[in-house]
Write a protein that binds this ligand. Structure first.
Ligand code: SF4
Length: 452
């Protein structure tokens, strides 16, 4: 039998409850069960005036932003339209059927004002990490670190060569430019003082000109994650310009902050070869953190078929090398480039040496040694262990997190500019990823008891 035509009003009154419209297994309902932002109002109270018209509730704005990052709606204008029309979004934000959706401009006003001053997005992220810890998702023993490049909201066709820009009055009033210029004066400038950038974006000067993007050379920021390897929970997130030195610095910041905020200090840290610098390995050794990081063996790097460093024997007690000809190479102790010490043979020893053609084409042989060579050697020895192999397997989960951020949450190109914009977007993305993990965990049935 053919059904009745649709669109015909057959009832005058409807009984309608928004609560019934959101299925029990809907993602937002599952997230709502594990999300507690009731503390937000008290936290934000000092940032609101006692006078004037009532402002939009901060809990509503944070919930809307979480909806947006959950469903790849990062445009605030579009987010407001979607929340207006979508029943599940309305329910999650506590708006009911008739609640007024804030104007999209409210978000940018708060972002540069109250949200920035109170660092509220980081507090929300940390609260979710605490939820993961309470749910037993964070082991706290093994962390992994990695970075992924996200394209900045800056055209690669509108760039200037080098880093010297004649800023116009109009450019100087823009927030990303002001942020960049004040960061240049700080202890942690966004550029590498030893290597001037090849190009700069006048619209987002902090973004780094990089070829590490997937398809093209572009301006980018690095999304740095510190992940607990037990259940792939992101315990910290940091935004940096896409420069390896900045990513390594961010690792130190994240490990220190995780210990400070959550009392978590890992026994081991897994990372890729970019993190295997002598400086980083020395820093980890000082904190008793075992590096499960591949270390490039420079001692076997041959130069024009000559003896390599591994052919020279190091004597720790006298701090010198002995060459294959049995002569000593000594150092003055001067540290070059902050990391390298040079050991030099006597010119008189080399001049009459029969091995000289296999050793050096100069007047005397020099051997370079990293100031953290011992920890490099220790880290290299660890590369043969089962624990190192296991960390290599567990570390792969961080790639899945980047894949989820890019392919499912559409974090491919930033919408906001400046380092603060990148930080905000990365914090929200990581918060949503942790919330999804926590929500899935809470709905997972408990494991079956083992048969006796
Ligand atoms: S050339 Fe100098 S450093 Fe090399 S083996 Fe001969 S004495 Fe030793």
């Amino acid at each position: 039998m053919m059904g009745d035509p649709v669109g015909r009003q057959d009832r005058l009154f409807y009984e309608f409850d928004l609560e019934d419209m959101v299925p029990d297994d809907h993602l937002l309902r599952r997230i709502d069960r594990v999300l507690d932002v009731s503390w937000l109002r008290d936290e934000m109270k000092p940032h609101y005036s006692h006078l004037g018209c009532p402002s939009v509730c901060p809990e509503l704005m944070i919930r809307m932003l979480l909806v947006g990052y959950c469903y790849s709606i990062r445009s605030e204008r579009r987010l407001c339209e979607e929340v207006k029309m979508n029943l599940a979004y309305r329910w999650f934000c506590g708006l009911g059927l008739e609640g007024k959706v804030p104007h999209h401009s409210t978000f940018s006003v708060n972002r540069h004002g109250r949200f920035h001053d109170s660092d509220i997005l980081r507090k929300v992220f940390e609260e979710v990490v605490c939820g993961c810890m309470k749910a037993g998702l964070v082991g706290g023993e093994g962390f992994a670190v990695d970075a992924s490049v996200i394209e900045a909201n800056a055209s690669r066709f509108q760039r200037v060569k080098g880093s010297e820009v004649e800023w116009t009055e109009e450019q100087l009033v823009r927030r990303p430019v002001r942020e960049y210029l004040s960061a240049l004066e700080s202890d942690n400038p966004p550029t590498n003082p030893k290597q001037k950038p090849k190009a700069m974006s006048p619209t987002d000067p902090t973004a780094a000109w990089t070829a590490r993007g997937r398809n093209k050379i572009m301006f980018g920021y690095s999304l740095n994650y510190l992940m607990d390897m037990e259940d792939a929970v992101i315990v910290d997130v940091e935004a940096t310009p896409t420069r390896i030195s900045k990513e390594v610095d961010a690792t130190e910041t994240m490990i220190e902050r995780t210990e400070d905020r959550f009392g978590l200090k890992p026994d081991r840290l897994a990372g890729d070869v970019a993190y295997g610098t002598g400086k980083m390995l020395g820093w980890l050794a000082n904190r008793n953190i075992t590096p499960h990081i591949p270390v490039w063996d420079q001692s076997r790097v041959a130069a024009e078929g000559k003896f390599v460093r591994a052919d020279f024997e190091y004597h720790k007690e006298c701090d010198l090398y002995v060459c294959p000809g049995g002569k000593e190479l000594k150092t003055s102790g001067t540290v070059h480039d902050g990391t390298t010490i040079k050991y030099i043979a006597k010119r008189s020893d080399c001049s009459g040496c029969p091995l000289k053609p296999n050793c050096t084409s100069g007047r005397e042989r020099r051997v370079s040694r990293d100031t953290n060579q011992e920890v490099r050697d220790d880290a290299q020895a660890l590369m043969e262990t089962d624990a190192y192999y296991q960390s290599g397997v567990d570390r792969k989960q961080i790639e899945r997190l980047f894949g989820e951020a890019k392919n499912i949450l559409s974090m491919v190109r930033l919408r906001l500019r400046g380092l603060s914009g990148a930080k905000e977007e990365f914090l929200l993305t990581a918060t949503v990823q942790n919330l999804k993990r926590l929500a899935n965990h809470s709905t997972r049935p408990p494991p079956e008891p083992m048969a006796a």
